[in-house]
Design a protein around this ligand. Structure first.
Ligand code: ARG
Length: 639
């Protein structure tokens, strides 16, 4: 009754055209879950309420009531998943924690709580065991009701933040005119996933590629180009006409320039001096040099777009260091005027050390002694620009671990010079190295730096070989499928590790259909899809399925694992930790496969039961697909 009243109230308050439809939908949801909402007070999908509590919170609330009823502090009733699944499903250790406070043996408290929880609609078993644990099993009906709630809510009932944040994620960070190599893989893969996780969890997220497109390397590339083609019109400074639209080089020609130039500049002082002069000309806007720079940018970006698209990585902003070049003089003047920056050995620096430091934090250098801007300067100017134009609440950066001190300095400097507000959150995620099987940074067979496109190709070829080995599949489909699975292998292989750790790239392991791998997860999804497809072939309809109370054993374990979805997703978001999603789906896939091997599904004779099982399959598929989507890959229909 209460629910009905609340709904009518919101109907009166809201009067838009789609209300009719939403009401209809709500009516259905309400009917489906009324039984449940009364008993367990899970907020149902209403017009105002769209999320559900986490299962552990609900279970804890029930146990807290038990503590209270027995005369103890409810806070003691915190429940966790059992660490002895052979004994029980969930557990509460609150009686032990309360022993001192109540000057009682823990087992006495546990006994009291167990008695108070007798007849609970949540628990089928509450056992007090020595020295004072509460071992808990939940009722199948309780779990099923929870699953029904997940089914009917957007995002499986995931709670949305009260104050969503505007977040800018700075990831990818390629340097133009240089090919992407394996070192760029992690930033792109982890950054993309972090972006998707935060977005899924209700934040407004903007991904910015932040290209290295401005510094000395560009000067080197242009210098080397000039050595090869000195007669190019761009280098004739008396020329005042228009420049050609087409770049005078292809991307592969471009990529050859930097390594040569870099080598020469280390060996040849005069060359180095020429390169510095060229850099200066490009940065200060000498027409021809600027025009060549623009060609380099365009040719590189076109190639980068292709490469990132191949990785299913996509950026909202394609900005770079060059975009903030013009902001630097004013920013530097401001830092000087406000007294933040001072001269030190000819350079301009901002002191960022703090009294509590346990290690030496050197000053943040703003200008070199020759007056040139540095990597730091650009990053600070970029913060300024982001704050001014987008007003983010939070900035997240992804780079390799070696930049830790650097970001510490930049963040401190940004705070001290008030480029950000005191409330702006600044986060840096430093990731470890991708090593080869020998434990050293991953290299090509002949010891060179591995290009990223080559790594993707080799993984895709290996996948293609595997899937066509024992199966007939049309060529086109096999190619597409191989690409999808290869991406899952690469991305899952990376994301399943805690970002800060190094990991070994092992193509055999990553592409295996067994174990903690991307292909195993996809295999599980495809297995579900093929059962559902068969059901449809036999004339069944997925729209009419309805979950039934979970059985015991493997089925119940699968159901329990599904109910943990929102806690895994929320945890991954709070900790910026894609590996938590990987761990969750690995457990979920295992739970599903165990269930699959132990259960008759399509062969089940009881139709109602069969439809309940199929409904469980649909939900498992949807949760798995949602999770791989936030990890940044997808599943094929067959494999
Ligand atoms: N281009 C840089 C590099 O290759 C990475 C940029 C990281 N982002 C940043 N805002 N500094 O190391």
């Amino acid at each position: 009754m209460e629910r009905r009243e609340r709904r009518e109230f919101s109907v009166r308050r809201t009067s838009n055209a789609c209300m009719q439809q939403r009401l209809l939908r709500e009516e259905v949801l309400c009917l489906r879950s009324r039984h449940f909402s009364h008993r367990f007070e899970i907020p149902q999908s209403g017009i105002m309420e769209v999320s559900m509590k986490k299962i552990l919170d609900l279970i804890s609330e029930e146990v807290q009531k038990g503590f209270e009823k027995a005369g103890y502090a409810p806070e003691l009733g915190r429940v966790t998943i059992s660490n002895r699944p052979d004994l029980c499903e969930y557990q509460c250790n609150g009686a032990m924690a309360g022993a001192k406070q109540y000057k009682k043996a823990p087992i006495m408290i546990a006994n009291d709580v167990a008695a108070a929880l007798a007849g609970s609609e949540v628990f089928s078993k509450v056992a007090a065991v020595a020295p004072g644990f509460l071992n808990l099993d939940v009722r199948e009906a309780f779990l099923t009701s929870y699953l029904k709630g997940m089914e009917s809510h957007a995002k499986f009932g995931l709670e949305m933040p009260k104050n969503p944040e505007k977040v800018i994620i700075d990831y990818g960070g390629p340097n133009i005119a240089k090919p992407l190599h394996v070192g760029h893989l992690r930033s792109a893969v982890i950054g993309e996933s972090v972006k998707r996780i935060l977005r899924y969890c209700g934040h407004e997220v903007i991904g910015d590629i932040h290209m290295g497109d401005w510094g000395q390397p560009l000067g080197l590339v242009i210098t080397e180009l000039r050595e090869h083609q000195p007669d190019l019109i761009y280098f004739d400074e008396s020329y005042t006409g228009e420049y050609p639209k087409e770049a005078p080089f292809t991307v592969s020609e471009l990529e050859e320039l930097y390594p040569t130039a870099s080598k020469k500049s280390k060996e040849d002082e005069a060359y180095k001096a020429r390169a510095m002069e060229v850099t200066y000309k490009m940065q200060s806007g000498v027409r021809g040099y600027r025009a060549i720079w623009k060609h380099i940018l365009e040719v590189s970006v076109a190639d980068l777009r292709k490469n990132y698209a191949n990785l299913n990585v996509d950026f909202d902003l394609w900005k770079g260091e060059s975009d903030v070049h013009d902001l630097i003089p004013d920013m530097v003047a401001y830092m000087k005027e406000e007294g933040y920056a001072h001269e030190s050995e000819g350079a301009l620096v901002v002191d960022v050390k703090e009294d509590t430091d346990t290690k030496e934090i050197p000053p943040c250098m703003i200008l070199k002694s020759d007056g040139a801007a540095l990597y730091n300067t650009t990053d600070l100017a970029t913060i300024l620009e982001r704050m001014n134009t987008m007003h983010p609440d939070r900035l997240i950066y992804l780079t390799d671990k070696r930049q830790e001190l650097y970001f510490e300095q930049v963040f401190r400097c940004a705070r001290k010079t008030k480029l950000v507000t005191p409330k702006t959150r600044l986060d840096w995620i430093g990731f470890g190295t991708m090593n080869g099987k020998d434990g050293k940074p991953f290299k090509t067979r002949d010891g060179g730096v591995m290009r990223l496109d080559l790594l993707v190709k080799e993984t895709t070829d290996e996948m293609y070989r595997k899937i066509t080995e024992n199966r007939e599949m049309p060529e086109e489909e096999a190619k597409k499928t191989a690409k999808l699975i290869a991406l899952s292998a690469l991305k899952y292989g990376d994301l399943s590790n805690q970002a800060s750790k190094d990991y070994a790239f092992d193509i055999e392991r990553f592409t295996s259909f067994e174990g903690d791998t991307g292909p195993y997860i996809l295999y599980t999804i495809v297995r579900i899809k093929s059962i559902l497809a068969k059901f449809k072939e036999q004339g069944g309809s997925l729209a009419e399925l309805e979950l039934k109370d979970a059985g015991s054993g493997a089925e119940k374990a699968l159901v329990m694992q599904l109910t943990a979805f929102n806690s895994a997703m929320e945890g991954a978001c709070a900790e910026i930790a894609p590996h938590r999603i990987c761990a969750y789906i690995y457990d979920l896939a295992n739970a599903f496969n165990r269930f699959y091997h132990e259960t008759k599904i399509l062969a089940e004779e009881d139709n109602g039961k069969k439809e309940g099982l199929l409904a469980l399959l649909v939900l498992t598929r949807d949760v798995l697909e949602t999770c791989i989507d936030v990890l940044g890959f997808g599943a094929p229909e067959r494999m």
